[in-house]
Ligand binder design. Sequence first.
Ligand code: GLU
Length: 281
Amino acid sequence: MTITRFAPSPNGPLHLGHAFSAIASHDRAMRDSGEFLLRIEDIDGARSRPELADEFRADLAWLGLACREVPAQSQRIASYRAAADNLRAMGLLYPCTCTRAEIAAAAHTQGPDGPIYPGTCLRRGARPNTEAAWRLDIEQAAILAGPLEWTDERRGVQQARPEMFGDVVLWRKDAPASYHLAATLDDAADGVTHVTRGVDLFHASHIHRLLQHLLGLPVPTWHHHPVLVESDGRKLAKRRDAPAIADRRRAGEDGRAVAAEVRSALFDTGISQSDALTLQP
Ligand code: GLU
């Protein structure tokens, strides 16, 4: 059975870009008479606002998207810890005590998530302490895994290139697990067959594919849908105050009509293959 998910982080209200993502994911599952899941990704420490989860549920219902909610990430820390222990026992994690400023000063290359970590703590053999983050030794991990492939429904078969991220942090000091570790484990635990999310997270799937291999997890298919952009071409974003759909819900607008507008943009995507879409006002 096809199982997709929408996995919002409660660090700001949902806007139309999220509605687009939720609809893409919901409709992908419904196309195969499958199941659509909601997972609240609430381990982002200080930025997480638990009260937003109820708003998200109401937003999805308003848009007419029935879902089955699975446990939020804050309920699953033990499984993240066990996986990190596993990777550590395989000799693939090392502690890192560098500050952001130290990394910025020493890093020479940018990866998809920011500066590529220059391996300082790997070379100096930093000792673990409570302040340490744990990084994946990507070179060792890639050697162990060998060549890997993954498939995106829109872009076809991909050769995994996790090295583009450098030694990513998998266990954080300010929040339990990194997005990469938590999302990969959760998708497997939830039985997600089609990881449906925005194309802005396309590169993350290279790392997730590697983690699946290392941790012996099933390999899903991916569906990276286009992202909605403003008329200036920039992605809709919470931090730029994209209007909250909760405001439209409270103002008494018809959520199903809003969803229908969004669906017509999604339908166009199939034709244009574009990665960025603007909704007509
Ligand atoms: N929690 C992520 C976000 O809100 C989504 C992650 C995913 O879909 O894999 O951006």
